[in-house]
Design a protein around this ligand. Structure first.
Ligand code: C2E
Ligand code: MG
Ligand code: MG
Ligand code: MG
Length: 283
């Protein structure tokens, strides 16, 4: 796979050309049109069960292939959508695409689970619950096949609504993942209180575990911490076979990263899943 194909060769804006404000405003004006025109799409990156080595899940990652600017990073336009009241629409779009794809995969892999990123700001209102319920209903997939990934933030730990919403999602059978764990401000108090099912350790702690003893120690104890709290440990950013093998030996449950597979469009992803299901069927 080339970087072009998975849409990760971002063309970040050149500050010498236009001001950041101008850049953001012009992009914002185009966001709705881009959604209508299908320029915004969803990539899928497989997640591997490190015990069975099966691809039992995937993360939905939003992409914008801009007509003149090329691929725009989600880090850039997701934040913009958050600030300008477009995150509801964007999340609804990603969720529906993801559940449509999941429905197809579930036909051959009943244990498959799809992960969707949810901006922490969405957890301050009950609207997200309606969005999720409506999407599950529309695609007729069980709530248990959905995992919502939320980045750890202080705001979440401080407010009551996010915890209540999360508990409600959990009661429905939806999985909850603490994304980019280790980079935020989460305290042990936060970890103990949050009703998460999965601890997703940020890639900066994954990448050097083979060479760096301290990173290895942090990874190992984080996996143990996740398990002690009844959560699955997930590592992101696996780029080599060595890292993958070491994580499996450490008891990490799930892995995600370029070594396993790059994010790809729905068509390529479904083809990959079908090929894997076929292979398993025939030994
Ligand atoms: P994230 O949720 O932590 O997603 C993982 C990011 O790591 C993705 O970047 C993925 O392409 C990248 N990645 C995966 N494997 C590797 C690897 O082996 N090495 C390296 N270096 N990177 C790897 P991406 O797609 O650029 O997304 C960036 C962030 O944008 C995501 O981080 C997430 O926070 C946000 N995002 C993406 N899609 C959505 C969405 O639909 N909604 C919201 N709210 N945020 C989204
Ligand atoms: Mg994520
Ligand atoms: Mg992450
Ligand atoms: Mg990350």
């Amino acid at each position: 796979h080339s970087a072009e194909q998975d849409g990760t060769r971002w063309r970040l804006h050149d500050p010498s050309q236009i001001s950041e404000k101008e850049w953001n405003l012009s992009l914002l004006g185009e966001l709705d049109d881009a959604l209508d025109a299908g320029k915004i799409w969803v990539a899928y990156q497989p997640k591997m069960d490190l015990y069975s080595k099966e691809l039992l899940g995937a993360e939905a990652l939003v992409r914008w292939t801009h007509e003149t600017r090329g691929p725009v990073s989600p880090l850039e336009f997701v934040e913009m959508a958050e600030r300008h009241g477009r995150i509801d629409r964007l999340t609804d779009f990603v969720l529906n695409d993801a559940l449509k794809v999941a429905k197809t995969v579930l036909l051959t892999k009943p244990e498959f689970r799809i992960s969707v990123n949810i901006s922490p700001s969405l957890l301050t209102s009950h609207d997200i619950m309606d969005t999720v319920k409506a999407a599950l209903d529309r695609h007729q997939v069980p709530p248990s096949c959905l995992i919502l990934e939320v980045t750890e933030t202080h705001a979440i730990a401080q407010n009551e609504t996010p915890s209540l919403l999360m508990a409600e999602f959990r009661d429905m059978g939806i999985g909850l993942s603490i994304d980019d764990y280790g980079t935020g401000l989460s305290t042990l108090e936060y970890l103990r209180k949050i009703p998460a099912t999965e601890l997703k350790i940020d890639r900066r702690f994954t990448q050097d575990i083979c060479e760096n003893k301290a990173d290895r120690a942090v990874m190992k104890s984080t996996i143990q911490l996740a398990h002690a709290l009844g959560m699955k440990a997930v590592a992101e950013g696996i780029e080599t076979l060595e890292v993958l093998s070491l994580l499996a030996r450490m008891g990490c449950d799930t892995g995600q990263g370029y070594y396993i597979a790059r994010p790809m469009d729905a068509k390529a992803f479904l083809a990959r899943m079908a090929a894997e299901a076929e292979q398993l069927r025939h030994g």
